[in-house]
Design a protein around this ligand. Structure first.
Ligand code: AMP
Length: 505
């Protein structure tokens, strides 16, 4: 028996005529079309010299061919290495030197530049693939036969390498196995009750685990249909709502959709599930969404290295500001960051996880890998959190965003929640900046609601008495919006860099 995730997807597929990808700007692809396209692409990859165990680096715009190419990599036993389309040529150089792929697939206009770079690095094959099935690889795919005997894989063989966004230091290639991907997607299909009757709006990027593995693998393993959109576009989502049953998005999808007049009880009547993840969903957004549509957004938590870790329940309370319970098969504990001592329920520490979902390690970085696993196999996520009395997991921020002021630990989330609750505040981010007295000074960056006038003194006065003195921000700054990356994560590093010297440290 092969544990190739492609075989699992193929084996669970519904009628081959069933639509897998309903595309905004092109003909729909049935399951049969998708498998045949993946077969052609697999033959093309082999002809280009790709062998089992090789890496295939892909930096292309979102199109159905990205999914076909992912399946083709699984079929030939190669590891897919998707790259953010925003990466520059200089950044690409790092990924290619580190990953040493057998083949690089780029956007058609970048072909010459990427070929020159690959030449320098001694990488032989570079092809291009565009959204309109244009490019050198598209021609090779079209000429190749659809039949391909999928290479058997063991569960522990690599299916993909996903580079982490690398907010500190160089990004690391997380090695994900066939078992990691398959086990996690199967759990999610059950947990979120996905079936063939589902129609999922897919508007996420496909170079990141959320869009590539959570959304796509769940939909394919359920035999569902995806309304496959090239990017987030509130109008396009609103238009798709009456035909869809589910949406997976990052929190910014929901805040932007809330501002769209087309999101109503009526327009979301056909929907059964809204999922949010990749960044914290504000309790405000959760409540506003519920008030407007009657649906409680289901928030889940995961990361590139671990796939999905926790989820709010399908039935039962979806508690705003929490990420729910560990998924079946996933063990989660809270530990003291420095010592690894397991902490009692309710205390804040670093979240550690173990299970079939957890990656195999960082590509060619055995020391980094060793640093981030405990001796009993638990992976240290770097997220700080706690488990409440009902078993719900709360995330209070990344360990590296923890503020230590005057020797006290200050968890940004606790202060952000208080600030966000003030009238006239849209959202906030709390950061620590070098301070001559305190080591770090608690600093708030606040986005006022449209039309609201807020002052630093006003915010500080409103927080007085609500938080212990050492947690109170020393300064409050106002901005129109917070800097976010493509997955909607607030880039605290950018905020810190901007205001480095304000306390004169
Ligand atoms: P990535 O590897 O890009 O998927 O980023 C993973 C990180 O995103 C996690 O380690 C968390 O810090 C953050 N994250 C993901 N989901 C959530 C969530 N629901 N709430 C808060 N943070 C989240």
């Amino acid at each position: 028996m092969s544990d190739n995730i492609y075989d699992l997807i193929r084996g669970r597929a519904p009628r081959l005529e069933k639509i897998a990808l309903d595309c905004a700007d092109g003909p729909p692809l049935s399951y049969g079309d998708l498998f045949a396209r993946a077969g052609r692409a697999a033959n093309a990859l082999v002809k280009l010299g790709v062998e089992p165990g090789d890496r295939v680096a892909v930096q292309i715009d979102k199109s159905p061919d990205m999914i076909a190419l992912a399946l083709a990599c699984f079929r030939v036993g190669a590891a897919l290495l998707p790259l953010n389309t925003a990466y520059t040529l200089a950044e690409l150089e790092y990924f290619l030197s580190n990953a040493r792929p057998a083949l690089v697939v780029c956007r058609p206009p970048a072909l010459d530049q990427v070929r020159a770079l690959a030449d320098r690095l001694g990488i032989a094959a570079v092809e291009s693939l565009g959204v309109g099935r244009d490019g050198t690889l598209a021609e090779k795919i079209a000429d190749a036969p659809a039949d391909f005997a999928t290479i058997p894989r063991a569960g522990g063989d690599l299916a993909a390498i996903l580079y982490t966004s690398g907010t500190t230091g160089r990004s690391k290639g997380a090695m994900l196995t066939h078992e990691n991907l398959a086990s996690n997607a199967l759990v999610l299909v059950d947990y979120w009750r996905f079936t063939e009757a589902d129609v999922l709006i897919h508007a996420l990027p496909v170079f990141h685990t959320h869009g590539l593995f959570v959304a796509t693998n769940v939909a394919l393993l359920a035999g569902a249909t995806m309304i496959y959109q090239p990017r987030f576009d509130a109008d396009a989502i609103v238009k798709a709502l009456p035909r869809a049953t589910s949406l997976m998005g990052v929190p910014t999808f929901y805040t932007r959709l809330l501002a769209h007049g087309g999101v109503t009880r009526e327009s979301t009547k056909h929907m059964r599930l809204f999922v949010s993840g990749s960044a914290p969903l504000l309790a405000d957004t959760h409540q506003a969404w519920r008030a407007k549509t009657g649906h409680a957004i289901l928030e889940r938590y995961g990361m590139t290295e671990t796939n999905m870790i926790t989820s709010n329940p399908y039935d039962g309370d979806r508690v705003a500001g929490t990420v729910g319970f560990p998924l079946p098969g996933v063990s989660l504990r809270i530990a003291e960051p420095e010592t690894g001592r397991i902490l009692p329920q309710g205390e804040i520490g670093v979240i550690e996880v173990k299970g079939p979902n957890v990656f195999k390690g960082y590509w060619r970085m055995p020391e980094k890998t060793a640093e981030e696993f405990r001796s009993d196999g638990f992976f240290i996520t770097g997220d700080l959190g706690k488990i409440d009395g009902r078993g719900y997991v709360h995330i209070v921020g990344r360990a590296k965003d923890l503020i230590i002021s005057g020797g006290f630990n200050v968890y940004p989330k606790e202060i952000e929640v208080e600030i966000d609750a003030l009238p006239g505040v849209d959202e906030s981010a709390v950061i620590g900046l070098p301070h001559p007295d305190f080591g770090e000074g608690v600093t708030a960056v606040v986005v006022p609601k449209k039309g609201a006038t807020l002052t630093e003194e006003g915010v500080l006065a409103a927080l007085e008495g609500r938080l212990a003195k050492y947690k109170l921000p020393k300064r409050v700054f106002f901005v129109e919006e917070l800097p976010r990356n493509t997955m909607g994560k607030v880039q605290k590093k950018v905020l810190r860099e901007k205001r480095q010297g304000i306390y004169g440290a």
